[in-house]
Design a binder for this molecule. Sequence first.
Ligand code: APR
Length: 172
Amino acid sequence: MPNLHIIEGDITLATVDAIVNAADPMLLGGGGVDGAIHQAAGPTLLSECLKIKAVRKIRCPVGEARITAAGNLASRYVIHTVGPKYHREEQPQKLLAAAYRQSLSLALENNCQSIAFPAISCGAYGYPIREAAEVAIQTCLADEFKNIDILFYLYGQKNYSIWQSVLDKKNR
Ligand code: APR
């Protein structure tokens, strides 16, 4: 039974152990999926983020992940990760892969059996969706993550069908 699934819809409705947030390094909330998750989780999510130690205002460097409680969301945790700004990084694919990998490692360390990802970096951070899908799916197919159910939540039919076509190609 494959453990990768693709869903078109709002990640804040995901019924999983951990919902992944595409955050910014200060973890103060923002727009896009970050805004939607904070909105749905309620103000306690920001309080949780503020408990995370900041080093020169950075709570989560690019490619890393931090875990908090999930406020009003149905999940047990929110895993905040920061993807690369596509046009700012020499090797954005390495940092994007790290964001997925670090999020999955944190989920496993916290005994999560399921995790939902948005298309990290594919909005404000400008990552081309097909390239991002290749990196995300390749990273999540690693053997070490075979025991966690991974759900990719895509916003909009176009993003969904691109992600699905990349997964179909990998499954051939
Ligand atoms: N559910 C699922 N996916 C969503 C949702 C939602 N409710 N809202 C937006 N998305 C999708 C976007 O359509 C995009 O494909 O999430 C993907 C990631 O886009 P962004 O949210 O813009 O995230 P990112 O590109 O990683 O930029 C992060 O934006 O909001 C700020 O604080 C955030 O500075 C950070 C930056």
